[in-house]
Design a binder for this molecule. Structure first.
Ligand SMILES: NC(=O)c1ccc[n+]([C@@H]2O[C@H](COP(=O)([O-])OP(=O)(O)OC[C@H]3O[C@@H](n4cnc5c(N)ncnc54)[C@H](OP(=O)(O)O)[C@@H]3O)[C@@H](O)[C@H]2O)c1
Length: 349
């Protein structure tokens, strides 16, 4: 281990007080377990990106169990500042981000351990991880951009799998995963239809992604939004949908997916009501839709994504909505909880 002086860290732990208006996070100072285990690395965190999940967990809405008073967030970028004696794949100075399910290395593991749920998350100034649970990040990105890769990026990457140049994709909403997916879809030569509840957001996105012109649909104003999507695809339906609505939108998404097309079920942002799924099975069979559950991705997926980003030198400054300082973490979580962002909100350390 290199000679570093760091023995403690600052981290944001959940208060687990879900009363509206009370603080959801508490800043704590705690010891770092030293010396490092032989295969562990010490990471100085430079940026942490927030996801809807962080606000949901902080407000007690997560459907999966979480450890009490855990550290929130699962999207971080930082620099290796010390390595255990047996570390072979990383060195001091490497730019890295932890994977978000630390047991999902190849995609075939039967167990899981999600950051910020089954174990502590990453909203802290220093982190310790086993080298197998950490990926090297592309060197052309700044810390803020790189921090959106492990969760939003990997989710968008796996949700777009099995598409090829010229195919069409419906991307729902202007949140972080969707914006990342939009960038990847454009780079992959896909025809993109973007939906949003806001004409202003759609106008803004059309300006940002003007060539080729972005096709857009307002799903809030037009309850029959799936028909607009069908029109954009000459009645056939899109090859792939990035689904974030859940029960409220899934049947409509199936109606505007081509026969044999794929729906990547990423989220469930609408109020979930199973009564809205009455047509689900007949449609699934009739349209031969492949409904694919997405759960971020494995370490291998993140390595593949980072290779693609390095090869294309893709930047993400155009989908970073806001950057907060570390001391404003509670405010940042509330901003996400209110759904005010377009794209990503990142905390810089
Ligand atoms: N499965 C996974 O691995 C994984 C990973 C990351 C996130 N997620 C999930 O994916 C979803 C999106 O995450 P995120 O971090 O991108 O969230 P986000 O940044 O908070 O974005 C949410 C956006 O989704 C849109 N939206 C809200 N309700 C909708 C609905 N009923 N139908 C269609 N679009 C809707 C809204 O866009 P407009 O304002 O433009 O309408 C909203 O701004 C969440 O449910 C999250 O839990 C899943």
């Amino acid at each position: 281990m290199a000679n570093v002086q760091i023995t403690s860290r600052q981290a944001y732990r959940r208060t687990d007080d879900y009363t509206p208006g009370t603080p959801k996070l508490k800043l704590v100072t705690e010891d770092i377990k030293l010396p490092l285990a032989p295969t562990s690395v010490l990471i100085k965190v430079h940026a942490v990106s927030l996801n809807y999940r962080d606000a949901n967990i902080s407000n007690g809405g997560n459907p999966w169990p979480v450890i009490p008073h855990g550290i929130i967030c699962n999207d971080a970028a930082g620099e290796v500042i010390a390595v255990g004696q047996g570390v072979q794949t990383l060195a001091v100075g490497d730019r890295v981000g932890p994977i978000i399910d630390t047991e999902n290395i190849t995609g075939r593991e039967s167990t899981r351990s999600w950051l910020a749920a089954d174990e502590d998350g990453v909203l802290a100034d220093y982190l310790v991880f086993d080298e197998r649970k950490v990926c090297k990040l592309p060197t052309h990105l700044d810390w803020v951009e790189a921090s959106i890769i492990p969760c939003a990026g990997v989710t968008a990457w796996t949700a777009l799998k099995n598409t090829s140049i010229g195919q069409s994709v419906l991307i729902q909403g202007t949140g972080g995963v969707s914006m990342f997916a939009l960038k990847l879809a454009r780079a992959a030569g896909l025809k993109v239809i973007l939906s949003s509840s806001s004409d202003d957001k759609l106008k803004d996105m059309k300006e940002r992604f003007s060539s080729p012109p972005l096709l857009t649909v307002n799903y809030a104003k037009n309850p029959a939004w799936h028909e607009e999507v069908l029109k954009y695809t000459n009645g056939a339906g899109v090859d792939l949908v990035i689904e974030v609505g859940g029960t409220q939108s899934l049947v409509k998404s199936m109606k505007c997916t081509r026969r044999g097309g794929i729906i990547s079920q990423v989220g469930y942002l609408s109020k979930q009501n199973v009564n809205e799924l009455e047509e689900f099975l007949p449609l699934l069979i009739d349209r031969r839709v492949i409904l694919r559950g997405i759960n971020a991705g494995s370490k291998h997926d993140m390595d593949d994504l980072c290779a693609a980003l390095s090869a294309t030198l893709m930047r993400f400054d155009d989908i970073i909505d806001l950057v907060y300082s570390f001391d404003k973490a509670d405010e940042a979580v509330e901003f996400i909880w209110q759904g005010k962002q377009v794209g990503k909100l990142v905390i810089r350390l």
